[in-house]
Design a protein around this ligand. Structure first.
Ligand code: ATP
Length: 307
């Protein structure tokens, strides 16, 4: 096994943004059980902070420290960020010490992609710290092995995501959208939601063309222009199952709608719901008006514009 020389101590800080799904369709199920999706992923201006520090060692050493995390987030080798660092180091034959420090701000198991984003941030940081250690295709492959949402977080920008998460098409012309996020304070396991979905859709074994139309499907067409959030129905095929498993989802959506949202959706497999607003001020007013109480987690944020 070849060994890259360990670097002098260096560290990088990376923002690990959350994401919301502006519509999500489940369009098929592969023979291996993975579901194929069509969804417009939009990164948020809010997320975790990840620091990656590397120093000399003759063997690969990894360590992780979490700040602000709930008990649901493992501070050990099972953490997705740790697994990302290990996978990168092994694939690139690195012998060094890698220390990760993560300030968790995103709720876990919330459909906001927190774990996947932490992993993506670690991979981006390691690419910068070890330029050329892995080529683009190998990095993309490694990201997908870590999780279906990780490829998106290698370069977070508004994108139409298809396949199980490996096909990404950047969406141009999407402005920053003010958003009010609310999570009922209950973690919803993605696997449970997909299992519930598979139980009610047992026939969905191959891609169904009529299910290929998410609300913003034209977003990757040339000449597409965004005409505003009003009137968007942010359909999410996983919502009925998520609501069955976690009824407060529907109640939170009603409250956000009543507080003046232009459109209301659910992110990923839930349980975080969101409303889109015409301005940050309107989102702030809705946040005040909705007066969420613990255990609800809520905050105003904005999606990142296309670049
Ligand atoms: P996705 O939208 O990608 O399905 P999510 O937002 O629903 O993800 P995560 O925040 O990624 O959910 O957490 C899912 C589970 O993954 C957590 O309950 C936790 O046990 C585990 N996990 C592992 N590493 C991390 C991490 N770095 N941050 C958060 N959760 C992690």
């Amino acid at each position: 096994m070849s060994t890259r020389p360990g670097p002098a101590s260096r560290s990088l800080r990376c923002h690990a943004p959350g994401k919301i799904n502006l519509g999500l369709r489940v369009v098929g199920r592969r023979a291996d059980g993975y579901h194929e999706l069509v969804s417009l992923f939009a990164p948020l201006d809010f997320g975790d902070e990840v620091e990656v520090a590397v120093s000399k060692s003759t063997v690969l050493e990894l360590a992780i420290k979490l700040e602000g995390a709930s008990g649901a987030v493992p501070a050990d080798a099972t953490n997705l960020a740790y697994r990302a660092a290990k996978a990168f180091a092994e694939a690139a034959d690195l012998n060094c010490r890698i220390e990760l420090r993560i300030e968790k701000r995103l709720p876990a198991g919330a459909g906001l992609g927190g774990g996947s984003s932490d992993a993506g941030a670690v991979l981006r940081a390691l690419c910068d710290l070890f330029p050329g250690a892995l080529d683009g295709p190998r990095l993309a492959e490694l990201a997908l092995e870590l999780g279906a949402d990780v490829p998106f977080f290698l370069d977070p920008r508004p994108a139409m995501v298809t396949g199980i998460g490996e096909r990404l098409e950047a969406v141009d012309g999407l402005p920053s959208l003010p958003v009010l996020l609310a999570n009922p304070g209950v973690a919803l396991a993605t696997a449970d939601v997909f299992q519930g979905f598979a139980a009610i859709q047992p026939a969905l074994t191959k891609s169904a063309p009529d299910r290929r139309i998410p609300p913003l499907s034209g977003a990757t067409d040339p000449g597409w222009t965004f005409t505003g959030a009003a009137g968007l129905s942010l359909e999410n095929d996983l919502e009925p199952i998520a609501v069955r498993l976690c009824p407060p989802i529907a109640r939170l959506q009603r409250r956000i709608r009543a507080a003046g949202a232009q459109a209301v959706g659910m992110s990923g497999s839930g349980a975080t719901v969101f409303g889109l607003f015409e301005s940050a001020k309107a989102a702030e007013r809705a946040f005040e008006e909705a007066a969420f109480e613990a255990p609800v987690w809520a905050r105003v944020a904005a999606t990142q514009e296309s670049r």
